[in-house]
Design a protein. Sequence first.
Length: 397
Amino acid sequence: MDNHVKTTPVAKSGFLTKNRVAVSLLFLMNGFMVGCWAPKIPEFAERLQLSKFQLGLMILVFGVGSLTLMPIAGTQIARFGSRCVVQVAALGLLPSLLTLTLSPNIPTAVISIFLFGGFMGAMDVAMNANAVAVEQSMRRAIMSSCHAFWSLGGLIGAGLGGLLIAKAGVLVHAQIATLLAAIVIGIGWRIILVDQPHPDTKKEKTRLPMLPLPWLLGLMALLSMIPEGAVLDWGALYLRQELGASVALSGFGFAAFSLTMATMRFGGDLVRDRLGGVKTLRICTLFAISGMLLAAFAPSAEIAILGFALCGIGISNMVPIAFSAAGNIPHLKAGIGLSVVTTMGYSGMLVAPSAIGFVAEHIGFSVVFMVLPMLLIVVLLLSNLARYADGISGGGH
């Protein structure tokens, strides 16, 4: 099935449509749930008396759940369309914070966190597929702003979560967070874009693609998300241990990275509509490489924070462009292409933190941040593949 919009020239729709509002709310809710989980982790570990090793295994179970349901979501999107799958996944995700809070022992917690990661991942694939469909219907890029809403949701969830847990406890936090997430989903429920597959493809057997293109785009997403994970998970520790930053100052590395990433994602669609996917990806990759090298060679924590901020500018739109391209691969259903790319991309986020921590223990974080730009150079070499993202906006840049 060719997912490109027909080549007959079609005018772009208005900047804001109800379908765009709906898919933006999906990203907001998904990011909000992830953000709410972060401040719950210490209490979760203490309540179940988990050691650091056991907590690491729990977080791994979360990742296994995501990687298990992501491909399944892709096949179901190909059969039923992204609207149906994203609605089912959102309903499955809603009670996750409550089940994690109420899990009385390790076996039930394992099941809860597996399902939490699974529905999170399934919803991620489906909402990205729906965003691609909305892009096609609007004839303009919206993927970067969708990911910006995810980042915004994460920031709101983490900030609100810490405050509520401190003031009212974990159960009240889970109840309020679940209610807020349900309200967000309820607002967008009826206006999610319907993107049923072509009747001729409904009985077609779905299988992993044999084309190299989705796997190359998946590699691009993987190599883009490993540095992102490195900054998010280890940036503060690098500032603290190797550059002598105070506890307060070390937190600014993550804050600077997150702020520039969210800001640039809101503006990324306009840039991509103007410059095209290839040129935008190349510029972003160069920013990310420069920022990572600046952080690696920084003589002080303040300079390293500036490097992380530049890195956030670059990485912000790299993954959204890869996702848009994956949803517009010729002769391949959007759900299949996206399931490959999202699974490969997020596997980097799950595997890299533990591997980077092990390596850094022996050679230091500075050397790690010096090596990571080599991954981004590969993305730069693959950047011509970003031209497939322009199938939604009439670009050809």
